[in-house]
Structures are given as C-alpha cells and as structure tokens.
Ligand binder design. Structure first.
Ligand SMILES: Cc1cc2nc3c(=O)[nH]c(=O)nc-3n(C[C@H](O)[C@H](O)[C@H](O)COP(=O)(O)O)c2cc1C
Length: 171
C-alpha cells in the first residue's frame, strides 16, 4: 500500500513552524492531479496565510477553532456553474491534499463547511465566503489547515475495519 495512505491521520494541533512554499506547491499540485467530472477541473484553492484571516476562519464552527494555530489554511472552493459534481471533484482533491501533506511530513484535517453552521447559527459557507471575498458562484466545500504536526497519532490498523462492509457480487 502507498505509505501515505497508511500513515494519514487528521491532525488538529500544530507547531509554530511555517510551511515552506515548496511543500505547499507540491500539495496544491497533488490536488490538481485529482480526477474531475468531465475533466472540467471545477476546483479553486484559496491559500490563507494571514493570521488575522485565519483567526476569523477559525470561528466558522465550533470544531474549527483549532485551525487558529495552523501555518496556513486552504479553502477548497469551486465554480458551481461549471459542473453539478463540484462536490465530488473537491472531495477527491481533499483526499489528495491529505495524502500529499502526509507525504511532506505535514498535518491537515478536513473541516466541513458546506451545510454546516457557525456557533451563532449563521450558514458556515456564507461566513467563509464573506471572509475570503468569494464571488456568488463560488461554493466552499471545506477548509483544510496545514502545519507541522504537534501530535502523533498511530496508524489505523486493519483489525479496525469491518469485513462485512465488503459485499461480493450482491448485497
Ligand atoms: C466529510 C468529512 C467531514 C469532516 N469534518 C470535520 C470537521 O468539521 N471537523 C473536524 O475536526 N474533523 C472533520 N473531519 C475529520 C474526521 O473527524 C476524521 O477523518 C475522522 O475522525 C477519522 O480520523 P482520521 O482522519 O485521523 O483517520 C471530517 C472528515 C470528513 C471526511
């Protein structure tokens, strides 16, 4: 198995060390190697390094507060007018980001934005759109903080997986 697939975990605590541009470039490249519906590459990636903006984004919802300490945050966005499958396009790109971040010795975590709400009950997607000044046709699926991990998490083990999830030929 690909090593990064085995090692990958969601990382929510980060060192103060900044992520190098070269590593970020590789991660964004990996995202854009992902397949997309009709090959339309509906995705857009917003890189946020400004600490004030990251602090604002950390208020997107209660479980996003930890991103305040990330070196940078990626907003995974898409032009919804290009293809209705923009969600799938972005979800696969997110998986590539998880894996290449792991490969680069960095940590990340998928933070759902679409369909979620801030602690004050505001639509989380509108909240993020406002902060990053996204045009109306640009949808936001999730945020992914990036940084050097300040926590160690064990690899998942095969024994955790339920073999009954795999069906042969029919249900
Ligand atoms: C669609 C999706 C939404 C998620 N949303 C959040 C989130 O909003 N906040 C968060 O801290 N983690 C979120 N996660 C990360 C999961 O909690 C995490 O993947 C899961 O607990 C398994 O842990 P692991 O990634 O370390 O294997 C999300 C993951 C996925 C795939």
């Amino acid at each position: 198995m690909i090593e990064a697939i085995k090692k990958r975990r969601s990382i929510r605590t980060f060192q103060a060390k900044e992520v190098e541009e070269e590593k970020l470039k590789e991660i964004l490249k990996a995202a854009m190697f992902a397949p997309t519906a009709k090959h339309c590459r509906s995705w857009e990636f917003v890189v946020i390094r400004n600490k004030g903006t990251i602090k604002k984004l950390s208020q997107t919802k209660p479980s996003s507060e930890f991103i305040e300490n990330a070196s940078l945050v990626l907003a995974l966005a898409a032009d919804e007018t290009l293809d209705p499958l923009w969600i799938e396009d972005l979800a696969i790109a997110a998986a590539h980001i998880y894996l290449e971040a792991t490969n680069q010795g960095l940590g990340t975590c998928y933070i759902q934005v679409r369909g979620r709400f801030t602690s004050k009950g505001k639509d989380a997607e509108e909240f993020v759109q406002g902060i990053i000044k996204a045009p109306k046709n640009i949808r936001i699926l999730c945020l992914m903080p990036l940084g050097y991990p300040a926590e160690e998490k064990p690899e998942h083990q095969e024994e955790e997986f339920n073999p009954q999830k795999i069906h042969q030929e029919t249900w």
